[in-house]
Design a protein around this ligand. Structure first.
Ligand SMILES: Nc1ncnc2c1ncn2[C@@H]1O[C@H](COP(=O)(O)OP(=O)(O)OP(=O)(O)O)[C@@H](O)[C@H]1O
Length: 311
């Protein structure tokens, strides 16, 4: 449909990048299938941006190679960039143009884009195109970056930390844009350091840590492992003994009427036990990638085994 020669949108093979003696990424082998949304997760400094810049030929690998949309990023850079929508991690807009003028420039560079695409996206993201980009807040600049990445309906979207700077409402809107892109047959490769962010949109996630691929998993299998931090405020003091025995509940700490714990899997047993008391307030936070998911891979057997491709 997008003139693809294969059903693989991105193929990185043993991709390695050293910055002098400093490791960026090492031996990264990864496949993104055409039409899927892949989340690329890892803590700061793990090598996400390095990988993305290698795929776009903004960096040259020390060794290994990549094929993107069936093309060699080095040889076919210009052709490739026309077919990709790229959102860099650090947006730097030069000049004093209004968002509208800047986007017209991008549209022309791509050989023409229906302007209604731009206005539709701007409306969706609640972005005022008449304002100068330089004077915009980080969040609004990010919206300009998203509009230019999506506006030509590229076969592949490569997005580096796309939700950074967006408020929660706009994050939801963005995730809707990603789902629409997938429904239209586009492929999305997006980095993040927050699992929750990609959990609801990605088909698979690749996890990178210390420059190496730690795992590739289908998102459904991740959900089962969702560990949440829960805090419940009761009307009266409670006893920890009542909660430590519950399935999936651990790290129980009670101080007077406040219970804090982590829950692995379903919340039901904890909710039912809590309901025997007067519940004043309850807070449940989604799992933080760093503290839960990565720790799973790095503290369990077979940790860091990149052969777990979760196909
Ligand atoms: N230009 C550079 N020169 C030297 N080292 C670099 C350079 N760019 C990145 N690195 C190093 O390579 C490693 C991977 O960095 P990278 O920016 O790819 O990580 P990241 O996962 O994108 O992190 P972040 O979310 O913080 O951007 C880090 O150790 C970083 O310090």
């Amino acid at each position: 449909m997008w003139g693809m020669t294969s059903d693989i949108a991105v193929f990185a093979e043993d991709l390695t990048k050293f910055y002098g003696r400093r490791r960026g990424i090492e031996g990264l082998t990864l496949e993104v299938r055409a039409g899927e949304v892949m989340g690329f997760l890892g803590p700061n400094g793990a090598g996400k941006t390095t990988t993305i810049r290698l795929l776009l030929d903004f960096l040259r690998p020390t060794s290994g190679r990549a094929t993107v949309l069936g093309l060699d990023p080095r040889r076919d850079k210009a052709a490739l960039h026309r077919r990709i929508g790229y959102l860099p991690g650090e947006l730097a807009f030069p000049g004093r143009e209004k968002a509208e003028d800047l986007l017209r420039f991008f549209a022309e560079a791509r050989g023409g884009v229906a302007w209604s695409q731009v206005t539709d996206l701007a409306e969706r993201l609640d972005l005022d195109l008449s304002r100068p980009v330089r004077a915009m807040s980080k969040g609004n600049k990010q919206k300009v970056g998203l509009v230019q990445a999506f506006m030509h309906q590229p076969a592949l979207l490569v997005l580096d930390e796309p939700t950074s700077g967006l408020d929660p409402l706009m994050q939801q809107e963005f995730l809707g844009m990603v789902r629409d892109a997938r429904d239209a047959g586009q492929t999305v490769f997006m980095s993040s350091h927050v699992l929750a962010e990609v959990q609801h949109t990605a088909d698979r996630v690749a996890i990178i840590r210390d420059g190496r691929l730690a795992a590739v998993e289908r998102v459904e299998s991740l959900g089962k492992r969702a560990v949440r931090s829960v805090e419940i405020h009761f009307g009266d003091p409670v006893e920890p003994a009542e909660f430590v025995v519950l399935p999936g509940v651990s790290a129980v700490v009670v101080s007077g009427p406040v219970l804090r714990c982590t829950v692995d899997g379903r919340l039901d047993p904890l909710i039912k036990a809590a309901a025997r008391h007067d519940v004043v307030d309850m807070l449940s936070t989604e799992p933080d990638l760093e503290e839960t998911f990565l720790s799973f891979y790095y503290h369990s057997e077979g940790a860091g085994d990149a052969s777990r491709t979760g196909a």
